[in-house]
Design a protein. Structure first.
Length: 291
């Protein structure tokens, strides 16, 4: 009898496992980091046995169900979105560890700092919506590498940026959608590779998942992205140093020019005094010369 576990998995079967993982996340059984890792592993799985490992500790056992496209999510109660507020005014606010995200998040900082670590959060949908308002402060959002990040909004005398290794296109990865409104502040979304690591469990599929990530070029993309960021940082630093050196040169040139002008005026004054003394018949050092 052939080994059914070694049978090659189809794209539809991978999508079915991804949908089961999403349902487990909605039930609070998986954190965002676990959902992201298992979703990525599902797309990298090659056999039925590998797919079964990803759902072995979830209700329903190992077999992968038939794939059905997910129904569109509706807002609770049929009304507008509720919002969970996290606010920092002239202080620091951090939300990390295990916490539940079942509604839109509003992060507000005024002359303070807000840190949202989503990696160990229990998420109730495939999309996390965050509205970040920052006035003379900083909002930092930490997500697992492998999620899709959508950043939009408005910036005035500030900065908003994403430093996350995102999932390849056309994959049903979790989405973090951020609208940022920044005035003289910063909104930054960073991935695992740029944050303090969290404790993760080790499963039977972890080893082959890591190997497949390397084969698929995840590590290469991360290294390239990190290299590009490093080159960008170094080029900005070199540009700043060149700009400072140019300012110093201009300042020194202005000082030299002013000194030459002073010396020229002094020479002209001495020549004028000598000429007047010769004209009036007084030596230059005599008091009559200065009358």
């Amino acid at each position: 009898m052939s080994d059914l576990g070694g049978m090659r998995a189809s794209d539809a079967e991978r999508e079915a496992v991804v949908e089961r993982l999403r349902e487990a996340s909605v039930d609070g059984r998986l954190t965002l980091a676990e959902l992201t890792e298992r979703t990525e592993a599902a797309y990298l799985a090659r056999t039925h046995a590998e797919l079964a490992q990803l759902t072995a500790d979830l209700p329903g056992g190992a077999p992968a169900p038939a794939y059905h496209p997910p129904a569109p999510a509706s807002a609770p109660g049929g009304g507008g979105k509720l919002r969970k507020w996290i606010v920092a005014v002239m202080g620091d606010t951090k939300r990390q560890g295990t916490w539940r995200i079942d509604q839109e998040i509003g992060a507000v900082c005024v002359m303070g700092d807000v840190t949202l670590d989503l990696r160990e959060a229990e998420v109730r949908s495939n999309t996390i919506d965050i509205v970040a308002t920052c006035v003379m402060g900083d909002v930092k959002i930490i997500v697992p590498d492998g999620v899709d990040v959508e950043l939009s909004g408005f910036t005035f005398m500030g900065d908003k940026k994403v430093e996350v290794v995102e999932a390849p296109p056309n994959r049903n990865a979790p989405v973090v959608r951020v609208k940022a409104y920044v005035v003289m502040g910063d909104v930054k979304i960073i991935g695992d590779s740029r944050a303090k690591p969290i404790k993760r469990g080790w499963f039977a599929w972890s080893e082959w998942w890591q190997e497949r990530r390397v084969e698929a070029g995840y590590g290469l993309r991360h290294e390239l992205g990190h290299g590009m960021r490093q080159m960008h940082h170094e080029s900005r630093q070199a540009l700043g140093e060149a700009r400072d050196a140019f300012r110093d040169m201009r300042r020194e040139a202005r000082e030299t020019h002013r000194e030459m002008r002073r010396e020229e005026r002094e020479v002209r004054r001495e020549a004028r005094d000598t000429w007047r003394a010769a004209r009036d018949g007084y030596p230059p050092e005599s008091p009559e010369h200065y009358r």
